[in-house]
Write a protein that binds this ligand. Structure first.
Ligand SMILES: [Zn+2]
Length: 440
């Protein structure tokens, strides 16, 4: 038998040993730990979530302690049943008896491995934190505004510390504020058309990085505005002329009236949800200036928040609210972009038919619908007056016209305010000390 050279033997031993060590090492590791939010701040009500992941086995338990001046006090423990490769646990510091100032959050996670004679592996992570129980202080810089029912308003405010979120809450709606380079927050909000004067209760709300929330009444003067009602008679002729287009939206065997009512109800609500989502995708600076351009030489057959009753064969079959301004000019009239902005959507969308949505920043967006032709694409930067397409009668439209909508964080507001140079100056640009526009 040939002798194995010593160096080869050494190499083999090294290899085997290394492999063994590798497996042992792998088994020796406890779960990885991270927390969210991980901004180094926490208050009493802020929910902190620990995320754990174990490579070798599974996460068995977690222990949470707080350490101050090198004294560690146990806060919470949790055992995962069953254990899991990925585990998460949420808690607050409500019972931690902490005072404002720095402390360490100690998170210890154990796994199910047989290492350490069955005790498993553990990982301990220390997070340097600052306990903060004081809510942010806000100072509103703008004078109390007048706001019409169905209309929009804006406020500017500053905070004495960095904020995680801020905005105006109106009943169940939330209008986010946008932080500007100078540290100021600007918020556009609505007095919703569907909220009565007595029920309108807007508040400013802000949350700091430690989770402390301040809520204060928004001091301003709501003004009443009533909206028109209208009756729309649905003829068989009209319903049949729309049925082909609507069958693509709502296929299935039904009468033209049934299909029309599904589009006017369910599809309308779907579209509203989509517009609310688009409202969250807005630039954080103001992209527009001055008065908004209106379709030239157009009459206005229908206004904002008009309450419509739909009648078929003398019977009331539906009721909906019209959430824009209808503007009728010649057929296939050129549609100007109402102001500078960025196109965020183009295409067919339910009741709006072929439509364009332009973002003007800080949550403000304009909608152009029932179009016959679209000349822009998402991502295009447009300037005021630029032709974005032509009017038509696609979607829920009886004849060629432009349905123009203005949205504040995805919620519809009265477009006529934005066509009014005086209103823009008094209620928005002067209030925010932005360059206005001469009144013609
Ligand atoms: Zn309309």
């Amino acid at each position: 038998m040939k002798r194995i050279p010593v160096y080869l033997l050494a190499l083999i031993l090294l290899g085997v040993g290394g492999g063994l060590a590798y497996f042992l090492m792998k088994d020796m590791e406890g779960p990885s730990i991270r927390i969210s939010p991980d901004n180094g701040k926490a208050g009493a009500t802020q929910e902190i979530t620990v995320y754990m992941y174990d490579e070798g086995s599974e996460v068995k338990s977690v222990n949470i302690s707080v350490r101050k001046n090198n004294v560690s006090s146990h806060l919470l423990s949790h055992t995962f049943d069953p254990p899991a490769k990925e585990a998460q646990f949420s808690f607050t510091l409500e019972n931690a008896k902490l005072r404002d100032g720095s402390f360490e959050l100690e998170v210890k996670a154990n796994d199910t491995s047989m290492a350490g004679f069955g005790k498993g592996n553990s990982t301990t992570r220390l997070f340097e934190m600052r306990y903060d129980s004081v809510p942010p202080r806000l100072s509103v810089r703008t004078a109390p505004p007048y706001i019409y029912r169905g209309g929009a308003g804006c406020i500017a405010f500053t905070a004495n510390e960095e904020l995680a979120a801020a905005g105006v809450k109106v009943n169940e709606l939330f209008f986010p504020a946008y932080r500007q380079d100078n540290g100021e927050y600007i918020c556009f909000f609505a007095f919703p058309y569907n909220v009565e004067m007595k029920d309108y209760k807007p508040v400013i709300t802000a949350q700091d990085l430690a989770g402390n929330i301040v809520t204060s009444r928004l001091a301003h003067y709501p003004l009443a505005r009533n909206f028109r009602t209208d009756t729309i008679n649905l003829s068989d002729n009209f319903l049949e002329s729309k049925d082909g287009e609507f069958t693509e939206l709502v296929p299935g065997n039904m009468t033209p009236l049934q299909r029309y009512l599904v589009v006017n109800g369910d599809i309308r609500r779907e579209n509203d949800v989509k517009l609310l989502e688009f409202g969250k995708q807005s630039a954080d600076t103001m992209l527009w200036s001055g008065t908004f351009a209106r379709l030239p030489n157009a009459s206005s057959p229908a206004g904002f928040a008009e309450f419509r009753s739909y009648v078929y064969n003398g019977e009331l079959v539906d009721q909906q609210t019209h959430l824009g301004s209808d503007l009728a000019s010649v057929r296939q009239a050129a549609i100007p972009a109402a102001n500078d902005g960025v196109v965020i959507f183009t295409g067919y969308m339910g009741i709006y038919g072929e439509m364009v949505l332009i973002d003007h920043g800080l949550g403000l967006q304009t909608l152009y619908s029932h179009m016959s032709n679209i000349h822009v694409s998402p991502g295009d930067i447009v300037s005021k007056g630029q032709t974005i397409g032509q009017t038509g009668a696609t979607g829920m439209a009886g004849g060629d016209h432009l349905h123009f909508g203005v949205y504040v964080s995805g919620f519809p507001v009265n477009p006529i305010e934005w066509f009014d140079a005086q209103w823009i100056r008094d209620k928005i640009t002067d209030r925010l000390r932005l360059p206005g526009e001469a009144i013609q």
